[in-house]
Design a protein around this ligand. Sequence first.
Ligand SMILES: *[C@@H]1O[C@H](CO)[C@@H](O)[C@H](O)[C@H]1NC(C)=O
Ligand SMILES: *[C@@H]1O[C@H](CO)[C@@H](O)[C@H](O)[C@H]1NC(C)=O
Ligand SMILES: *[C@@H]1O[C@H](CO)[C@@H](O)[C@H](O)[C@H]1NC(C)=O
Ligand SMILES: *[C@@H]1O[C@H](CO)[C@@H](O)[C@H](O)[C@H]1NC(C)=O
Ligand SMILES: *[C@@H]1O[C@H](CO)[C@@H](O)[C@H](O)[C@H]1NC(C)=O
Ligand SMILES: *[C@@H]1O[C@H](CO)[C@@H](O)[C@H](O)[C@H]1NC(C)=O
Ligand SMILES: *[C@@H]1O[C@H](CO)[C@@H](O)[C@H](O)[C@H]1NC(C)=O
Ligand SMILES: *[C@@H]1O[C@H](CO)[C@@H](O)[C@H](O)[C@H]1NC(C)=O
Ligand SMILES: *[C@@H]1O[C@H](CO)[C@@H](O)[C@H](O)[C@H]1NC(C)=O
Ligand SMILES: CC(=O)N[C@H]1CO[C@H](CO)[C@@H](O)[C@@H]1O
Length: 494
Amino acid sequence: MALLLLFVLLISLVAADDDAFIGVNIGTDLSDMPHPTQVVALLKAQQIRHVRLFNAEPAMLTALANTGIRVTVAIPNEQVLGVGQSNSTAANWVSRNIVAHYPATNITTIAIGSEVLTTLPNAAPVLVNALKFIHSALLASNLDRQIKVSTPLSSSIILDSFPPSQAFFNRSWNPVMVPMLNFLQSTGSFLMLNIYPYYDYMQSNGVIPLDYALFKPLLPNKEAVDANTLLHYSNVFDAMVDAAYFAMAYLNFTNIPVMVTESGWPSKGGSNEPDATVDNANTYNSNLIRHVLNKTGTPKHPGIAVSTYIYELYNEDMKSGPISEKNWGLFDANGTPIYILHLTGSGLVLANDTLNQTYCTAKDGADEKMLQAALDWACGPGKVDCSPLLQGKDCYEPDNVAAHATFAFDTYYHKMGKAPGTCDFNGVAAITTTDPSHGSCRFLGSGGKNGSFVNGTAPSMNSTSTSSAACYAFTSSISSIMIIKVLIWSAFFL
Ligand SMILES: *[C@@H]1O[C@H](CO)[C@@H](O)[C@H](O)[C@H]1NC(C)=O
Ligand SMILES: *[C@@H]1O[C@H](CO)[C@@H](O)[C@H](O)[C@H]1NC(C)=O
Ligand SMILES: *[C@@H]1O[C@H](CO)[C@@H](O)[C@H](O)[C@H]1NC(C)=O
Ligand SMILES: *[C@@H]1O[C@H](CO)[C@@H](O)[C@H](O)[C@H]1NC(C)=O
Ligand SMILES: *[C@@H]1O[C@H](CO)[C@@H](O)[C@H](O)[C@H]1NC(C)=O
Ligand SMILES: *[C@@H]1O[C@H](CO)[C@@H](O)[C@H](O)[C@H]1NC(C)=O
Ligand SMILES: *[C@@H]1O[C@H](CO)[C@@H](O)[C@H](O)[C@H]1NC(C)=O
Ligand SMILES: *[C@@H]1O[C@H](CO)[C@@H](O)[C@H](O)[C@H]1NC(C)=O
Ligand SMILES: *[C@@H]1O[C@H](CO)[C@@H](O)[C@H](O)[C@H]1NC(C)=O
Ligand SMILES: CC(=O)N[C@H]1CO[C@H](CO)[C@@H](O)[C@@H]1O
């Protein structure tokens, strides 16, 4: 009986430990990158409990100390070659960047490089050595159970990803993938994968429907069916994750979980990137977060949710490339949300963004005469108070029909309790999640933008205690949890 109880206790610990989480990537390519204490204040206000950094910057790790936030740190690509060629370089890296901060800063994972195979192929031959050397250094410091080692892969190395059951890793990389998967399996780590349905959709030339990329509900006959497994896919994300499971199974690895290290959608793009919009970004990220936290899992492994880091916290204005590259963020440098996610009732992460606000605007390109007629109707029979549109009033500028109609439509829509059909106006109006307020012209329903504004109210760096070399006490219960965890994973995957 006692044994049974112990077992039940361990299982519940395992279950808690395996809860899928939503994390956020923190890129720092901003011209006015907030101070680490401001970053941490934003994370706290937004209840973000898991972050991934692209390096192991000491000031950031110090600011994250004693916050309870779980941290994935990275060895940047330019250091992978050095670490993979020398175990003493690896050992030094661990003592300088990990041992110096753990456990005050709860580092849970070390990501070796970023998409090394596809962006830095000359480091590929030493990539597995880098994983092993870093792991050995953790082992020597008794940290190998707390801190996992892996390397984020681009999903482009998975070929023939639809149907997922036929997916396989680009065979040129088998000499790296096989020992890598052996390493991940034997150390209880996970396969890190970057998944970008946005690019899959963009590159598919219309083959992938936008709704399928955005997790929007599809009619059952529109779902993609894998003819070999008869599994139904209703979104690109699940199909990619299952493709990774099948690609691993093809190499006989069936018990390595997948962790998605990057996924997101840009909120703005150039003229050749028409689907990089605020609405699409909001829809994708909101649906992704709900999907992960709901533990829906994938068709191949239902109920096994895939922890995912959203790309990314801030818009990075210094990024080169297309306009969309600078616009993947959830927030601007001030900590103001780019859009308010639709997350009501989905749990606590990004809980400030629960306003779920919608607005009614004039459709882009709508016929001016029809807009004018709808505007006249709203301000007349529709009983909207249109006085703010008068010359000299808050919403007079910009003085054009579309802007004035948007004000009238939105006011009417909110007055009617956002009831279905109240944002149509003969087809010239549409619902959006973007607050059309500008200057002193405030729209009904706006006001969420201030909620998470963070302005350096956190203590300055100098008052934050710096953790010196931390001592770590080995606890034997952790090892038994790991063993049970492995057993449970294998049971799920059989
Ligand atoms: C590094 O490798 C050498 C030779 O392969 C070995 O003797 C040494 O113990 C290793 N050092 C560490 C810290 O693993
Ligand atoms: C660090 O994170 C791990 C994994 O989520 C958790 O089990 C552990 O309790 C955390 N440690 C501290 C000190 O918060
Ligand atoms: C597979 O990887 C090799 C080596 O990077 C690359 O040259 C080749 O184009 C890839 N194959 C496909 C189909 O992407
Ligand atoms: C996978 O296992 C099967 C059965 O044991 C074996 O025939 C096959 O060669 C293995 N494939 C690889 C890639 O190791
Ligand atoms: C969560 O998952 C359940 C089934 O697993 C489903 O019925 C429900 O609609 C999902 N909720 C959301 C918000 O996706
Ligand atoms: C949030 O938005 C969804 C759809 O976008 C809607 O079904 C739901 O009723 C909204 N919830 C609230 C509290 O407004
Ligand atoms: C936002 O905050 C500023 C300063 O705290 C305040 O003046 C302004 O009225 C707020 N705006 C809204 C829409 O709540
Ligand atoms: C933000 O901080 C700056 C500098 O400390 C200050 O000048 C500014 O007024 C603050 N803004 C708000 C809205 O508190
Ligand atoms: C921290 O202290 C140093 C030296 O005492 C000072 O130069 C620096 O401005 C301080 N930084 C902050 C953020 O207060
Ligand atoms: C608008 C809103 O809900 N703001 C809240 C965001 O979260 C912080 C911390 O939890 C609260 O203090 C704010 O009131």
